[in-house]
Ligand binder design. Sequence first.
Ligand SMILES: C[S@@+](CC[C@H](N)C(=O)[O-])C[C@H]1O[C@@H](n2cnc3c(N)ncnc32)[C@H](O)[C@@H]1O
Length: 241
Amino acid sequence: MLTAASRRLDTMPDNKNHWYDGLFYDLFIAPNQDEAFAQVKELLSEGATILDIGCGTGRLASQLLDKCGKIVIIDPSERNIRIARRKFAGLPSEKLMVGRMDAFEFLATNDFHFDFITMSYVIHEIHEDDRDILLRAASAVADRIILVEYLAPQPRNFCGVLNQLVEYAAGPGHYRNFKSFMRKGGITGLLKELHLKMLNELKTRPCSSHIAVVEGKKGRDKSGNVLPSRWETGTRSSIVK
Ligand SMILES: C[S@@+](CC[C@H](N)C(=O)[O-])C[C@H]1O[C@@H](n2cnc3c(N)ncnc32)[C@H](O)[C@@H]1O
C-alpha cells in the first residue's frame, strides 16, 4: 500500500530532484530553518534514536548529531542526498545512516522502531491523499513524531507572503499540495482527522512555523511486543543504497 502511494506523488519527477535541490537548498533555504532545528533539538531526549524523513541536505541531522544516539536520514532527492553524504562522510554507520529513498518505500520495507521521527517541511509537499498514509505508517514505528511545518493559516504579514511566493516558485504540483495542506488546517487539521494526539506544540517561532510533537505507537506489534530493529541487531538494511 505504501509503495503504491509513493507512485502518486506528483511533486517528484523520476529523477527525484526539485530545481532548487542541492547546493542552492543547502546555502539559501536550509539555513533559514536553524531556529526551528534548535527547538527540535530541545524536544529530544539525550541519546535518542531518530529517523529524519525528507532530510534534505542533512542540516537538521548535523544539528542533532551530538545529542542523539543514532540517526537515519532519508530523502528521495539525489542532489540533496549527495550533499548529505558528503557532509557525513567518515561517520560510522552505527551513528548515522543516509539513504536515498522516499518515506513510503522506507516505512514499507524496514522494521526499525525509533524514539523519534522528525519531518521538517515535508508533509505539505505530500499529496493530500497520501499524508494520512505517511503519518500513520510513521506513528506505528515511533514513540514520538516531531513535525515542523507552515503554520495554518499563514499570518498576513511579510513572512506569510514570502512563504506563498516560495511555494509558488517551487512548481504547480508543489503549490497545489501546499494550498491543500493550508485549506485542511495544516498540522492541527491533519492530526485531528487522523485522531493522532498532539503532546506539545510551538507556534510562530520561527516566524510562521508550527512545531508539533505527536504521540506515536512506540513501534509495537498488536500484542504489544516491541518491533525488532534490524539496525540494532547489526544487519545493514536496504536503506543504504
Ligand atoms: C522543503 S524540503 C525540507 C528539507 C529539510 N527537512 C529541511 O527542513 O531543511 C522537503 C524535503 O522533503 C523531501 N520529500 C518529498 N517527498 C518525500 C517523500 N515521499 N519521502 C521522503 N522525503 C520526501 C524532498 O525531497 C525535500 O528534500
